[in-house]
Write a protein that binds this ligand. Sequence first.
Ligand SMILES: [Cu+2]
Length: 129
Amino acid sequence: MLHRALTSHILSAGLISLGIAVGLVACSAKTTGGSAVPVIDVKATEFLFEPATISVNAGTVTFHVTNVGEAEHEFEILEADQVVGEIEGLVPGLEKDLTVSLAAGDYTFACRLPGHFEQGMKGTLTVTP
Ligand SMILES: [Cu+2]
């Protein structure tokens, strides 16, 4: 009798802590403030971005962009032809953060300095709900 009661107590305690763990994971993935903002590292060089394809969850995202090239670049996030956020004046060696709040949808990112976009400084950004 005692053994049976103890077992069911342990079992329900296990289920409760599992529920808490799942809740925490779901929560941190959706958090829009605090320290849980995902950081995406992007490298800019002549004449491309690495990676050129990025996928993130909707919400607040920080893009940490480093110019590893030898020319000045910029990093613009666009939804159709609307600029959602940008980093300008990214001289060689400089790294800058851009934090934006993104709704689900298809975006592009680009360096629109003369000739750069045309030579391949662009990428696609997919934001999933
Ligand atoms: Cu550029």
